[in-house]
Design a protein around this ligand. Structure first.
Ligand code: GUN
Length: 285
């Protein structure tokens, strides 16, 4: 029976560290500040943004919220980003994705000052991740690495399989695993004989977006299985990309949904905001 990787507990520990650092910065420099932009009224995004706001408040990070209507045009959105780029009291800027149809995610990401890009989505930061020179770490992959570390799962020399090749999770996840000397495969919707790859994985990361996609026959005995999926079922319940009940019988470690990767993502965002504030302070010294 697998050991449950408790993202709630680990994220609470990280948040305590963040709260201590936020208090020290507030006393010695100024209060760390994260600005979050939400465009439109996607219900899932509204929940994510509310959770980010609550997490900031609980840790002593100032949280600025900008909720723009779905029919906002690109110049208006870019003008807000510029205003926040130029505000010396704002350390981090995050524009919640996806954006409504007609707005360019690429343009917004490019407009955010890389020094304030706490999502690590700007090409300057993704490029730094490629070369192992880390400024900001991408929040979901960094949260997964933190879970692996805290549960003593070593990556070096292990077969690591990431299912999903998104810019937000799959690609940066592969880079972080590679940086710790894992042997990494990225699988995706066009991969032939997916189970052949996954059955060989010591560390399996599922970021597919399909409920219970990873079944027990796809998992190696004793693997660490990380479930990034958050799928809302018709009964309103959340379900991951992994068939949790069956896979937990076979894996050595597994993350639950909810309460696994999700809370870690927010914890890493808070950490990145503290990093941004520290960098600001260093620059001003
Ligand atoms: N949408 C889903 N995940 C994320 C994230 O980590 N950052 C942003 N900005 N949008 C998201």
């Amino acid at each position: 029976m697998a050991i449950l990787m408790d993202g709630k507990a680990v994220s609470a520990a990280v948040r305590e560290e963040v709260a201590r650092e936020a208090a020290a910065l507030t006393e010695q420099y100024r209060q760390p500040c994260l600005a979050v932009i939400l465009v439109g009224d996607d219900p899932a995004s509204e929940v994510y943004v509310r959770n980010k706001h609550k997490a900031c408040e609980a840790c002593g990070i100032r949280s600025l919220q900008y909720h723009l209507p779905a029919d906002t045009d690109m110049p208006t959105l870019l003008a807000l980003v510029q205003k926040l780029n130029n505000d010396p009291t704002v350390d981090g800027i995050l524009c919640q994705l996806p954006l409504p149809q007609g707005l360019s995610e690429k343009e917004v990401i490019l407009a955010i000052d890389p020094k304030k890009d706490v999502d690590a989505f700007h090409p300057v930061n993704t490029g730094r991740i490629m070369s192992g020179d880390y400024g900001f770490l991408p929040c979901t992959p960094a949260g997964i690495m933190e879970l692996l570390h805290r549960y003593g799962v070593t990556v070096k020399g292990k077969n690591c399989v990431v299912i999903g090749r998104s810019n937000i999770v799959g690609k940066p996840m592969a880079m972080l695993l590679l940086n710790e000397s894992g042997t990494v495969s990225i699988c995706h919707s066009k991969t032939e004989d997916l189970a052949f790859h996954t059955r060989n994985a010591d560390i399996l990361v599922a970021a597919v977006g399909k409920p219970r996609f990873v079944t027990a026959d796809m998992v190696k005995d004793g693997a660490a299985v990380i479930d990034v999926g958050i799928n809302r079922m018709p009964n309103g319940k959340l379900c991951g990309d992994v068939d949790f009940e069956a896979v937990q019988q076979k894996a050595a470690y597994i993350t639950p949904v909810p309460g696994g990767v999700g809370p870690m993502t927010i914890a890493m965002l808070l950490k990145n905001t503290i990093t941004a504030t520290r960098n600001h302070w260093e620059e001003e010294k």
